[in-house]
Design a protein around this ligand. Structure first.
Ligand code: G1P
Length: 303
């Protein structure tokens, strides 16, 4: 018998563990990603993955497991100490730079596991079974940078405390885009919160049960691992996390949280560009000059 019926996110449970799948090839960003992971692409002055790790830290997460694959060593090096570089900076008295790079390696405990074959998001999450070891946990997809007044995962934790169960983050998308997302169906139980009755991975617009799309944030319970193991490959021939969550209904409650904030899909060129511009405009030391540059450029275009 599967164990998941008995396990729910209990009231006031804090999520201490997070899984970040980073095995994807990043083909939508070629040639940028030919020799570097998409997660390491710059967004203003940090690699994209750092925003996601910092969101997890802000939500109280104490360690993360990255599910990696071929060509992702740069991520491990980034979160590791760089002993030679630290010595060099210290020797030259560049203490600000030294502290800046030490801060990154001291951010959080990071563990790594490899997904040996690209079998889909569900299969990537399955690699986290031993790490998760019985606790409720978060999943953050590194393609999605979410900028908002409160970190998205914190908003989801608040939902989990009021409505014990698993939680997925959702946003409204245009109908014609449903085939790019997991889509939920549910009934509203509080402003911006749905009790989910169905999840479908990337439905055609005509078959989509709503326009509420899952974005890359989940609070899951360990029963998901049994569910994934019993999930047949679905959309694109891959084992889909959405299908495994659907299989746990109705025994395990699932809530959808329409987060407050803007989500940037940095896995495509436009999303990466928008994230860079929007997040730079929030930085006081960059905003003034960038604003000027943007308005000058727009003026020139319309001359
Ligand atoms: C994955 C999930 C999908 C979700 C999306 C959000 O799809 O399978 O349900 O809506 O992330 O970014 P992917 O974009 O990896 O194909």
């Amino acid at each position: 018998m599967s164990r998941h019926a008995a396990v729910v996110v209990e009231k006031n449970v804090v999520i201490h563990k997070a899984v970040i799948p980073v095995a994807g090839m990043g083909t939508r960003l070629l040639p940028l990603t030919k020799s570097q992971p998409k997660e390491m692409l710059p967004v203003v002055d940090k690699p994209a993955i750092q925003y996601v790790v910092e969101e997890a830290i802000d939500a109280g997460v104490q360690s993360v497991l990255m599910v990696t694959g071929r060509g992702k060593r740069a991520i491990e090096d980034y979160f590791d100490h760089s002993v030679e570089l630290e010595h060099e900076l210290e020797a030259h008295g560049k203490l600000d730079d030294l502290h800046a790079i030490q801060r990154i390696s001291n951010l959080i405990q990071v563990y790594y596991v490899r997904q040996k074959l690209p079998r889909g998001l569900g299969d990537a999450i399955l690699q986290a079974r031993a790490y998760v070891d019985g606790d409720a946990f978060a999943v953050l997809l590194a393609d999605d940078i979410i900028d908002g007044p409160t970190p998205c995962l914190v908003q989801m934790e608040e939902v989990a405390h009021r409505f014990p169960g698993m939680v997925v983050a959702v946003m409204q998308v245009p109908r014609q885009d449903t085939s790019s997302y997991g889509i939920i169906e549910g009934t509203v139980v509080a402003p911006g919160v749905w009790d989910v009755s169905r999840l479908v991975e990337k439905p055609d617009p005509a078959e989509a049960p709503s326009n509420l799309a899952i974005v890359g944030r989940y609070i899951l319970v360990p029963g998901i691992f049994d569910a994934i193991e019993h999930t047949e490959p679905g959309r694109n021939g891959e084992v889909q996390l959405t299908d495994a969550i659907q299989a746990m209904l109705p025994k395990t409650k699932v809530y959808a949280c329409e987060f407050k904030g803007i989500r940037y899909d940095i896995g495509n060129q436009m999303g990466l560009l928008k994230a860079n511009i929007a997040l730079a405009l929030e930085r006081p030391e960059l905003a003034g000059e960038l604003r000027e540059f943007l308005s000058e450029t727009l003026e020139t275009l319309f001359d």
